[in-house]
Design a protein around this ligand. Structure first.
Ligand SMILES: NC(=O)c1ccc[n+]([C@@H]2O[C@H](COP(=O)([O-])OP(=O)(O)OC[C@H]3O[C@@H](n4cnc5c(N)ncnc54)[C@H](OP(=O)(O)O)[C@@H]3O)[C@@H](O)[C@H]2O)c1
Length: 228
């Protein structure tokens, strides 16, 4: 099965910071969405921290373990054609329904999650797949997404750790980067690609410029092909 085509869609300050709440610019969520929607994708993928901005805000208490629930992939009942995927190694996102707007939710988990958590997902008919024993193997995750849900195109919508993990796994085909004319300067906040601390033996990725566009408000939108 061929790997889905993967675009990382990013909005950042000129210094690569991605937390926008202190920026003196409005409607950045709208800008992110408008530029994102230009990519026809079967699924968007986010890290656990970003998805917690969309998942249940209620306090959920997990009950006892359920030995009868196997640690096997599960496809919930749904009629959606597109998907909202969260990479959630320990099962920290809780759900009130199995949808985020018009997309069906898929949790990508490790086998470290409890059967009580799987029961919660089954009750809400949230789909889930396993992609590792204690840490996530992203290649395995995207292969399963393609096989089980026929996902051919993916947009990775953040945050920094998620883009960094996809970059490190050499899974990104294209980068869409919206640069807002803001200098942030914070240290220790999420950045465009948070893959690991310091320089390691891993080579940085070379990019080929595909297009560059100026948007109102001095915003620059560039697209790159990743040379993998
Ligand atoms: N400006 C933008 O374009 C943009 C877009 C999206 C988000 N954001 C912002 O970015 C912030 C969140 O970004 P973030 O980088 O802190 O978090 P994130 O990428 O949203 O989520 C990181 C979490 O994902 C899990 N994870 C999944 N796969 C992993 C892997 N291979 N390696 C390590 N962790 C993995 C871990 O969860 P566990 O800790 O549970 O193990 C990790 O803590 C928020 O403030 C959000 O608003 C900005």
């Amino acid at each position: 099965m061929t790997k889905p085509y993967i675009v990382a869609h990013i909005l950042s300050s000129i210094d690569g910071r991605i937390q926008t709440r202190n920026w003196p610019v409005r409607n950045l969520a709208g800008l992110f969405e408008r530029t994102a929607e230009t990519f026809k994708s079967d699924a968007w993928v986010v890290g656990r921290k970003t998805m917690q901005e969309f998942s249940s805000v209620k306090v959920h208490r997990l009950g006892r373990a359920h030995a009868s629930i196997p640690k096997k992939d599960f496809v919930g009942r749904h009629s959606a054609k597109t998907y909202a995927v969260v990479i959630d190694p320990r099962g920290k996102c809780f759900w009130d329904s199995n949808m985020v707007t018009s997309e069906h939710v898929i949790e990508v988990l490790t086998e470290a999650v409890s059967t009580a958590y799987l029961k919660h997902l089954r009750e809400k008919q949230v789909s889930y797949i396993f992609a590792g024993k204690t840490s996530i193997d992203l290649k395995r995750a995207v292969t399963k997404l393609a096989k089980l849900f026929r996902i051919k195109t993916i947009r990775v919508d953040g945050g920094g750790i998620m883009w960094g993990a996809f970059l490190k796994a050499s899974l990104i085909d294209e980068i869409s980067h919206v640069v807002v004319p803001v200098a942030d300067g914070s240290i220790g906040t999420p950045s465009v690609f948070d893959a690991e601390i310091g320089h390691t033996s891993r080579q940085a990725k070379a990019l080929q410029l595909k297009s560059i566009k100026q948007l109102p408000g001095g915003i620059i939108w560039t697209r790159y092909r990743v040379v993998n």
